[in-house]
Ligand binder design. Structure first.
Ligand code: FE2
Length: 218
């Protein structure tokens, strides 16, 4: 009996199963970011929204794997657009949780190389905060404000990301992220994004942002 094409592929090619994304544990408890992010807001954001990005990204990875295994045609354009959105959402949320910390526990100003570079590239911390806040507030629809560094020029750059995946500088690693999807603040601030952005500065974990920067400059 003649083998069908997919059976030949299954026999001849040892395809690895996809490695799935995992929801990372939060580095603090749900109530720890109060009064700037409430327990309910953080719980819903993390358990509902971040988890959905993980689930959706994994579902697409599985679909791609199944299609390859069976040698089936898929709509690559639609599939990759969806993967980019959901995987982007997962990666950005992971960065975002890490670059927050409970208020009044750590220093509230950036130190180390980060502090120096902010002074050199923006003139002052106030100017940097103003530019980053404006970036976050003016995101059209849903998206992110992020801080990154161009390794070629060693310039600190602010990035305004629409949705989870548009206007990204290719290849540049993000060292600080701020989620301004409405799902990040609607329970605590209703539609007042600017108020949430102001609150972000009270819980930003500068130590982590500095560590990320140091690691990239090595
Ligand atoms: Fe979010």
């Amino acid at each position: 009996m003649k083998l069908r094409k997919c059976e030949v592929i299954a026999e001849d090619i040892k395809m690895e199963r996809p490695r799935f994304c995992v929801l990372p544990p939060l580095p603090y408890n749900y109530g720890d970011l109060k009064p700037y992010i409430s327990e309910e807001q953080l719980r819903v954001h993390y358990e509902k929204y971040h988890q959905v990005y993980v689930n959706e990204a994994n579902a697409i990875l599985k679909k791609l794997y199944d299609a390859r295994k069976e040698d089936l045609d898929v709509d690559m354009k639609a599939m990759l657009k969806e993967l980019s959105f959901n995987l982007g959402g997962h990666i950005l949320h992971t960065l975002f949780w890490e670059n927050l910390n409970p208020p009044n526990r750590k220093e509230e100003k950036p130190g180390g190389i980060l502090g120096d570079m902010i002074e050199r590239h923006f003139g002052s911390l106030e100017r940097f905060r103003k530019e980053f806040s404006k970036t976050a507030i003016t995101v059209e629809g849903s998206g992110w404000a992020a801080l990154t560094i161009c390794k070629q020029t060693e310039n600190l750059l602010i990035m305004q990301i629409e949705k989870n995946n548009m206007n990204v500088y290719p290849g540049l690693r993000i060292i600080m992220a701020l989620d301004v999807f409405e799902h990040a603040y609607y329970i605590d601030y209703r539609n007042d994004r600017a108020k949430f952005v102001e609150a972000f500065w009270k819980i930003v974990n500068w130590e982590i942002v500095n560590k990320r920067l140091e690691a990239l400059l090595k």
